[in-house]
Write a protein that binds this ligand. Sequence first.
Ligand code: G5P
Ligand code: MG
Length: 219
Amino acid sequence: IKMYTKIFRAVIIGAPGSGKGTISELIVKTFGFLHISSGDILRQNIIKNTDLGKKAQSYIAAGQLVPDEIVTKTMIARITEVGNKSYILDGFPRNGAQADILSARCQINAVIDLNIPHDVIIERVKHRWIHAPSGRVYNIGFNDPKVSGKDDVTGEPLTQREDDKPEVVAKRLQLYDELMGPVLAWYGERGLVTTFKGRETKEIWPRVERFLKDKVNKG
Ligand code: G5P
Ligand code: MG
């Protein structure tokens, strides 16, 4: 981790369940970047029943986007707080308006686009369990917790996400295609997008790792 000293800012983009959280966790372990996930931040606020959590809950449960002004304020505050550290942004920006605000605030060095077929995603999220306070993600049969139903680090109970119900997943997938198409095109025009296509994290991660090592070393 110590060998990477240049500040690097990446955005990870991909449909719900495409593995943004999973790949981000591997990036954290390998490169020491911070993982800034809008979904994790919102879910932590829901657990703590903060004002933000109260506002966000019904949108998330319905598979809709939380209003821009709420999310943008929260995410820009977090990015500002992080300051001069390398990070990976997961779940933000989520539409053209958010991408505009982000680009006015900081320069993004790379966009990692995970392209996973919908049939794979629909199957995966059925088996997803999370430790909501930390954002740690498990999957039965792929990334099992050491003790069934318990978080590896805290031993606390795991839960399923309210928005992982099949009908909500379908809505999230549709919304993703609608809103992120233009955002990907916008980043694409600026030469920032690298797409990683596949069905499994074990084939995608080595490619992402090589790509980042290359980018980070080149400076
Ligand atoms: P989130 O939290 O940003 P999504 O919908 O973008 O949610 P999600 O569902 O968190 O994305 P992911 O992070 O891409 O998916 O995927 P993951 O959790 O790593 O992997 C999915 C599952 O597959 C896991 O169980 C994992 O273990 C497993 N898995 C990974 N690889 C493999 C594999 O190779 N094989 C198998 N078998 N399994 C595997 O946003 C949630 C909501 O918050 C609001 C919105 O309401 C949104 O719907 N929100 C925002 N609203 C407005 N603006 C924003 N910027 C917002 N950000 C969040
Ligand atoms: Mg996630």
